[in-house]
Design a protein around this ligand. Structure first.
Ligand code: ADP
Length: 397
């Protein structure tokens, strides 16, 4: 069964065509700068051959039309006709409280998704445009929505309720939703497979560390708590996002600096995190290089990041009532031995020992704690597209 996975952002569309018999990637691509000058599509097939289409992409519809042309390209494509594609799996950022699992999309569901855009104004509208356009261009294919929030929908009430007047939860749905759910689900299941135990029997903490970072406590196979909240802003300090801060800082700063709601939002989302603290970069490679050369604020940003992870791991171990596996994933979690070592050293008091040689690896599945440690520390590269394709396949079968 051929499944197209589509991740529609505000100015880009990532896609992957998968053959789900063997879970093979037939091709993957990216349409970028949609609606901006200099737009193009870059695609790579399973032979590693690249197709670059420099073309004006004024909107998502034109972009998707051209993506379908690239997919069916006689030389660089993977199918001769889009009719061969059975289903399209769409990444949808916010499923609110209504969607605790993936769904096959129909007209009624699109309306519900549109109503929910208020909760994710930057992300859900392009996701919906992607769904509607694929319905139009591929009417034969089932369209499935896979939500970033769905895996966290099982969180208990005490984990998702904020201590603000309860009426705001009832009126506006203000509560913790959590994000990166597709990744937390994929990684926790894969970790259980590697450990050879049912995921339901394990207590797992997943650290998804990338430009956006979140941690989840996975118990009984579902998310019991997670560090992101009503929006993807709280939790760990990120590339440019604050993570947890005292909320009173916001009105204080707005008053002192005479900032509008948009301006403070921009500071919290785009100018904070490790970029804000270091004044240097949001990229951990730059920070690690600078810290090594003695840049104190780069070092401060890195140690704040690690310290925040350490605190969450401590808290979630207590919340889960123990810990079997601590898993690192995402661009930083998979690639930075330095971040992993900084975090794991804090747990030496439990008897945890790092296998330095195994930790000295990048982008690979590997157990990095020594045998006999009280819990297993490991790296599991995430694969959100595969998870979306699996969920899509399950629903359309
Ligand atoms: P996104 O959240 O956008 O999906 P990724 O998961 O791709 O982000 O992570 C991107 C981040 O991974 C980069 O900002 C960079 O800081 C980090 N990263 C990638 N490779 C390395 C590396 N070798 N060492 C340290 N950090 C790395």
């Amino acid at each position: 069964m051929l499944i197209l996975v589509v991740n529609c952002g505000s100015s880009s569309i990532k896609y992957k065509l998968m053959d789900m018999e063997q879970e093979n990637v037939l091709l993957s691509g990216l349409a970028e700068r949609i609606g901006i000058s200099g737009s193009r599509i870059k695609q790579e097939n399973s032979k590693g051959e690249e197709l670059v289409l420099e073309q004006d992409l004024p909107n998502h519809k034109v972009a998707l039309e051209n993506i379908l042309k690239c997919i069916t390209d006689a030389k660089y494509g993977a199918v001769s006709d889009v009719i061969e594609i059975k289903a399209v799996g769409h990444r949808v950022v916010h499923g609110g409280e209504k969607f605790n699992q993936s769904v096959v999309i129909n007209e009624e569901l699109i309306k519900v998704l549109e109503e929910m855009s208020e909760l994710a104004p930057l992300h859900n509208p392009p996701n919906i445009v992607g769904i509607k356009t694929c319905q139009e261009l591929m009417p034969h294919a089932a369209q499935v929505a896979v939500f970033d929030t769905a895996f966290h929908a099982a969180m208990p009430k005490e984990a998702y309720t904020y201590a603000i007047p309860y009426e705001y939860y009832e009126k506006y749905g203000i509560r913790r939703y959590g994000f990166h759910g597709t990744s937390h689900k994929f990684v926790s299941r894969r970790a259980a497979e590697i450990l050879g135990k049912p995921v339901e029997d394990l207590k797992i903490i997943v650290c998804h560390l990338g430009n956006g970072s979140s941690i989840s406590a996975v118990g009984k196979g579902v998310s019991q708590d997670t560090s992101m909240g009503f929006t993807p802003l709280p939790g760990l300090p990120m590339g440019t996002r604050t993570g947890d801060i005292d909320p009173a800082i916001i009105p204080f700063l707005m008053e002192k600096e005479k900032l509008s709601v948009d301006e403070i939002g921009n500071i919290l989302n785009k100018k904070s995190g490790v970029l804000g603290v270091s004044g240097l970069s949001s990229d951990f490679r730059d920070l690690e290089d600078a810290a090594q050369q003695g840049n104190e604020r780069a070092e401060l940003a890195l140690s704040m990041f690690a310290y925040s992870i350490i605190k969450y791991v401590g808290a979630y171990t207590a919340a889960l009532g123990g810990l079997d596996a601590l898993v690192f994933t995402g661009g930083i979690g998979e690639n930075s031995k330095n971040v992993r070592a900084r975090v794991l050293k804090a747990f030496a008091y439990t008897g945890l020992e790092i296998d330095e040689e195994k930790n000295n690896s990048r982008g690979k599945e590997v157990i990095i704690s020594k045998e006999g440690s009280p819990f297993v520390a490991m790296v599991v590269p995430t694969n959100e597209e595969l998870m979306i394709a699996r969920e899509t396949k399950e629903l359309v079968q």
